[in-house]
Design a protein around this ligand. Structure first.
Ligand code: NAD
Length: 479
């Protein structure tokens, strides 16, 4: 069993002051695979103090030097990518091929996009030609607490750490206790890249402990959080007393609007996107909404595609999906599938229990429900498993109304060959992102949501701006 009890504070690996052991469970086998330490208030305080001490010097380190360290980090990240893929695959259950390509790849591409954005970012700029003595100075927010989830670990860690570092912030990362090994490896990479001591610190802990301590800490200037809407609310409340900046990336319940003129791959694409990462993505297109004339055909096709999705252990190569992360999530998904059945949705494929042939591991049957209405629990709650809900609509207006009738607003999807309609829908869907006809958003585009999906924008230039204060200066002397 891997033993990784130390924290990374002030440029060194240190023993916890108040640590207690925590076993990391391999979701493919249900067996412990590592033991880490969960810190307490004294560990949180030590890490925050290190970040606070390092702040002034890092803030005034020229941006070009900060960028050069992130370039170095990218080299180290690439050279240790296989170790990173293995860590994520074991601790959160991403099948190894997918861990190598998407999970590790997401981190590399975010770092590259930040570097591109940073190289042309003007940290000091004129207000405008009308005001020669005014300057706008973008300066770092300060000490940042970065709290991340387990589902796309390197995606989220790089989105926060690299943006904060380029902005000139110092930081304490608290990764999810479900998947800490990738973050510990990432800390080794930050160390190898040569960041000055105290700029980056890592303390393991749970939400009730280190997570809450960071959110309430008076020397933390900002919390950047990705995770559940539940925890986002708690963090906002505990951050309120110190009025720190709170940046939230939360859950979603994306609608995928399939019109009768959609391309012939649209249904397959939608189902496979839902199943990707075993349904554990905040931007999953979990409500497939289908125009009435093609509804029956789409339900049949979706059922066929889902029934061909194979499920297996994360260590096996291939294009299957892995287990979900832990026993709690497994049980929550089972309860929601049962709720779908009880509330009258039509089970097309899948259902409760493990897939055939798998009797250990947190495996879920790829499941499709049809005849779902938007008031059913499975249409309202984020399931975070491989479960798709299909609904029918008659008109574009009705589709927009149903799609927007959710507390969430992260990503919506549109499948239609009608360009004018696509543009109309892009304007009317209330979400931070709208993706159409299977086209991914391009490098450097901002990721984030509206409503209860959060308020932050991560990635590219917007991601860097999230960690900056805007200072307005008059009486500036031309240099
Ligand atoms: P979670 O909220 O339980 O945990 C996320 C992190 O927050 C962990 O590090 C956890 O220890 C910490 N935490 C929990 N309670 C806390 C508290 N009270 N104070 C401070 N920290 C606390 O979420 P999860 O189950 O790990 O992740 C899944 C959720 O994340 C899903 O809801 C998903 O939609 C969301 N998510 C959102 C995005 C996005 O960018 N919008 C991306 C990925 C995941």
């Amino acid at each position: 069993m891997i033993e990784k009890r130390k924290f990374y504070i002030n440029g060194s690996w240190v023993d916890p002051i108040e640590g207690r052991d925590h076993h990391v469970i391999d979701p493919s086998t249900e067996e412990p695979c590592a033991v880490i330490s969960l810190g307490g208030q004294a560990d949180t305080d030590a890490a925050v103090a290190a970040a606070k001490d390092a702040f002034h010097e890092w803030m005034f380190t020229p941006p070009a030097d900060r960028i050069a360290l992130v370039e170095k980090l990218l080299d180290v990240y690439k050279s240790r990518s296989e170790e990173m893929a293995q860590a994520m695959s074991m601790e959160m259950g991403a099948p190894i091929d997918m861990a190598r390509s998407s999970q590790v790849g997401a981190g590399a591409s975010h770092i590259k996009n930040f570097l591109t954005a940073a190289r042309s970012f003007e940290f000091e700029r004129p207000l405008g030609g009308h005001a020669p003595n005014d300057r706008i100075i973008y300066e770092p927010v300060g000490v940042c607490a970065l709290i991340t989830p387990w589902n796309w670990p390197m995606n989220q860690v790089t989105l926060k750490v690299c943006a904060a570092a380029i902005a000139g912030c110092t930081m304490v990362l608290k990764p999810s206790e479900e998947s800490p090994l990738n973050a510990l490896l990432f800390a080794e990479m930050m160390d190898a890249a040569g960041f000055p001591k105290g700029v980056f610190n890592l303390v393991n802990g749970d939400g009730a402990g280190v997570g809450s301590q960071l959110s309430a800490h008076e020397d933390v200037d900002m919390v950047s959080f990705t995770g559940s809407t539940r925890a986002g609310k708690l963090i906002s409340k505990s951050a309120a007393d110190t009025l720190k900046r709170v940046h939230l990336e939360l859950g979603g319940k994306g609608a995928n609007l399939i019109f009768a003129d959609a391309d012939d791959q649209a249904v397959k694409r939608g189902v496979l996107h839902m199943m990707n990462n075993t349904g554990q993505s905040c931007n999953a297109p979990s409500r497939m909404m289908v125009e009435a004339p093609i509804y029956d055909d789409v339900v049949e096709q979706a059922g066929e595609v889902a029934s061909q999705v194979s499920v297996g252990p994360a260590s096996a190569e291939g294009r299957h999906i892995g287990p979900v992360v832990n026993a709690t999530q497994w049980q929550k998904i089972q309860d929601l599938i049962q709720k779908g059945i009880d509330e009258g949705a039509r089970l097309v494929t899948g259902g409760t229990g493990r897939p055939e042939g798998l009797n250990k591991g947190f495996y879920v049957r790829p499941t499709v429900f049809a005849d779902v209405t938007n008031d059913m629990t499975i249409a309202r709650e984020e399931i975070f498993g491989p479960v798709l809900s299909i609904m029918r609509f008659d008109t574009e207006e009705e589709a927009v109304r149903i799609a927007n009738d959710t507390p969430y607003g992260l990503t919506n999807y549109v499948q239609s060959q009608d360009g004018a309609r696509r543009n109309r829908l892009a304007r009317h869907l209330r979400s931070g992102m709208v993706e159409m006809n299977g086209q991914s958003r391009s490098a450097g585009s901002p990721f984030g949501g509206m409503k209860q999906s959060g308020n932050g924008r991560e990635g590219g230039v917007w991601g860097i701006e999230d960690f900056l204060e805007v200072k307005s200066v008059s009486g500036w002397s031309p240099e």
